[in-house]
Ligand binder design. Structure first.
Ligand code: FAD
Ligand code: NDP
Length: 451
C-alpha cells in the first residue's frame, strides 16, 4: 500500500508497480458466452494455466434461460448443477471441477473493476492485477430498473428483477412466502411472458401490465399476440395493456402494497416482478473500445477496435452478414455461437489463418405453460399467418412468415417438433421467393417442407 501511494504520487501506473499475473487468455464474464468460450478453447487445444475466467457470480457458467422457466416450477424445479453449460445445446455439463481438470482458473465472485488496454492489464475488486495476451469480454447485460425511470416507490421491498441465480432465488422465496396475494408482472416482453406463466403455475394470481397494445410487440403481430393473450387469460392471467406503472405504494415496513397505473386504476399487490428490458454491461472497458448501437463494435470474428480484445454475447454489435447491417442480439444461441467464433478466430490467428465470417441466422424462442415457439430470421415486411390459431395449445400448430420484396425473411412456429423447427429455420436462411402470399397461407408448414 505504501509503495502504491508512493508510486501514484510519482504518477507511475499501478500496473507497473504491482507484479501482474500473466495469462495468455482472459475471459471477463462467466455466463453463457464465458462457458462456451472455455469449451471451445479446450476443444482447440489449451495448456494448463493459459486461461482465466472472471465472474461476478458465485456459480460456474450456467444456461441462464433456465432461470425464467424450470427454475421457478412448483414441481421438480431445475437446480444447479443440473443446468451448467453446455447442457443447453446438448453438450457436456461443465461442473466447477471440469475447469480445474482442464487447468482453467475460474475466479468466481470476482469482478473486473478496471482495465488498462495500453498495458493489457485488468484489476479485480480484490486488488489483483492480471495481464492478458488476448482478452474476451463476455459481460452480458443487466436489467433495467424502474428506479432508473424515477418511478416513485420503486425501491419498495417485494419488487423483483431477474438476471442471475441470486435474483431467481429471491423470487423463489417470494413465491413460497406468497399467501394468496395477487402479483403484478410489469413488462410484456420475454421476462413478462415467462414469469407470468411461472407465477400462475405456482397458483399466484397474476396481473400483467405493459404499455404496448399487445404482448411482445417487437416480434409478435397483433394477430399472433392475440393467441398468446387469450391463452394466458384462459389460465387466469389478467392482462392490462396500454398503460404503465406510475408509482408503488408501500406499507409501514417499506413493502409494496399497491401498484398505481397511468390509466387511473390500481392493483393491490405485495409481489411485483419487473421485466422492462436489459442494458449491456460495457464497464470497465467503456470508453476504451469503439462502440456502436449500444454495444462494443466488433468485426466478423468478434474482434473489437483493439486487436487484443474480443467482445461476444449480449455486448457485441456485430456485422449481420445475411442482412448487410450490424446488430446486437440478446439471446442465448448467439451468446454460444459468438463465443465459439471468437475463440476459433483467436486460435486461427495464432497459426496465421483466418476463420469464415460469422454468418448468423437470428433465432429466438420462448417456452411457457405448454406453449413453445421458435422464430428464425428477420421480422420485416408483411406478416402472413397460417394454421389454426385459437384452439387449445395441445392441438395448436400455427405459424407465420414474414415476406419482404417477395422473399420470405422470417418464420415463426408454435408447437413445432425439432424437425419442424429445422424446416422453418431453413426457410429463413434460404429466403425463398414467393409470387403470392396465398401459397404460404395454404401451404403453412408444407411450404417449408418443400424448401
Ligand atoms: P451473461 O450470460 O449474462 O453472462 C455475463 C456474466 O458476466 C455474468 O455472470 C455477469 O455477472 C458477469 N460479469 C459482468 N460484468 C463483469 C465484470 N466486470 N467482472 C466479472 N464478471 C462480470 N435467451 C434465449 O435465447 N432464450 C431464452 O429462453 C432466454 N431466457 C433468458 C432468461 C433470463 C432470466 C435471462 C436473464 C436471459 C435469458 N435469455 C434467453 C438471454 C440469454 O440468457 C442471454 O442473451 C445470454 O445469457 C447472454 O450471454 P452472455 O454471456 O453475453 O451474458
Ligand atoms: P424485453 O426487451 O424483452 O421486454 C421488455 C418489455 O417491457 C418491452 O415490451 C418494453 O416495451 C416494456 N417496457 C418498457 N418500459 C416499461 C415500463 N415502464 N412498464 C412496463 N413495460 C415496459 O426485456 P425483458 O425484460 O423481458 O428481458 C430482459 C432480457 O432478458 C432481454 O435481453 C431478453 O432478451 C432476455 N430474455 C430472453 C428470453 C428469451 O429469449 N426467451 C427470456 C427471458 C429473458 P418497449 O418495447 O416499448 O420498450
Amino acid at each position: 500500500i505504501i509503495l502504491r501511494i508512493f508510486f501514484s504520487r510519482c504518477n507511475v501506473p499501478e500496473s507497473v508497480v504491482m507484479a501482474a499475473i500473466l495469462r495468455k487468455y482472459i475471459v471477463v464474464g462467466g455466463g453463457v458466452a464465458g462457458g462456451y468460450a472455455a469449451r471451445e478453447f479446450v476443444k482447440l487445444g489449451l495448456q494448463p494455466g493459459e486461461l482465466t475466467i472472471f465472474s461476478k457470480e458465485a456459480a460456474a457458467p450456467y444456461e441462464r434461460p433456465a432461470l425464467s422457466k424450470a427454475y421457478l416450477f412448483p414441481d421438480a424445479p431445475a437446480r444447479l448443477p443440473g443446468f451448467h453449460v453446455c447442457v443447453g445445446s446438448g453438450g457436456e455439463k461443465q461442473l466447477p471441477d471440469w475447469y480445474a481438470e482442464k487447468g482453467i482458473e475460474l475466479k468466481l465472485e470476482t469482478e473486473i473493476v478496471k482495465a488498462d488496454v495500453e498495458n493489457k492489464t485488468l484489476t479485480t475488486n480484490k486488488g489483483d492485477i492480471y495481464e492478458y495476451g488476448t482478452l474476451i469480454l463476455a459481460t452480458g447485460s443487466t436489467f433495467l430498473n424502474l428506479a432508473d425511470f424515477k418511478t416513485p416507490g420503486a425501491d419498495a421491498k417485494g419488487i423483483y428483477y431477474l438476471r442471475d441465480i441470486g435474483d431467481a432465488d429471491k423470487i423463489v422465496e417470494a413465491i413460497k412466502a406468497s399467501k394468496g396475494d395477487e402479483a403484478v408482472v410489469v413488462g410484456g416482453g420475454y421476462i413478462g411472458l415467462e414469469l407470468a406463466a411461472c407465477l400462475t403455475m405456482n397458483k399466484i394470481k397474476v396481473n400483467m401490465v405493459f404499455p404496448e397494445p399487445c404482448l411482445m410487440p417487437r416480434l409478435f403481430t397483433p394477430e399472433l399476440a392475440s393467441f398468446y393473450e387469450r391463452y394466458y387469460e384462459g389460465k387466469g392471467v389478467n392482462i392490462i395493456k396500454g398503460t404503465t406503472v406510475t408509482a408503488f405504494e408501500k406499507d409501514d415496513n417499506g413493502h409494496v402494497s399497491k401498484v398505481l397505473l397511468k390509466n387511473g386504476s390500481s392493483v393491490n399487490s405485495t409481489f411485483v416482478v419487473v421485466g422492462v428490458g436489459a442494458r449491456p454491461l460495457l464497464a470497465p472497458l467503456k470508453g476504451l473500445i469503439e462502440e456502436e448501437k449500444g454495444g462494443f463494435k466488433v468485426d466478423a470474428s468478434f474482434k473489437t477496435s483493439n486487436p487484443n480484445v474480443y467482445a461476444v454475447g449480449d455486448i457485441a454489435t456485430f456485422p449481420m452478414k445475411m442482412y448487410g447491417d450490424s446488430r446486437r442480439v440478446e439471446h442465448v444461441d448467439h451468446a454460444r455461437k459468438s463465443a465459439m467464433q471468437a475463440v476459433q478466430a483467436i486460435k486461427a490467428a495464432e497459426k496465421g489463418e483466418v476463420v469464415d465470417e460469422y454468418d448468423y441466422l437470428p433465432f429466438f424462442y420462448s417456452r411457457s405453460f405448454n406453449l413453445s415457439w421458435q422464430f428464425y430470421g428477420d421480422n420485416v415486411g408483411e406478416t402472413v399467418l397460417w394454421g389454426r390459431n385459437g384452439a387449445a395449445a395441445s392441438e395448436s400448430k400455427f405459424g407465420a412468415y414474414w415476406v419482404k420484396d417477395n422473399k420470405v425473411m422470417g418464420a415463426f412456429l408454435e408447437g413445432g417438433s425439432p424437425d419442424e423447427n429445422k424446416l422453418i429455420a431453413k426457410v429463413a436462411r434460404e429466403q425463398p421467393t414467393v409470387n403470392s402470399t396465398d401459397e404460404l397461407v395454404s401451404g403453412g408448414l408444407g411450404f417449408a417442407s418443400k424448401i
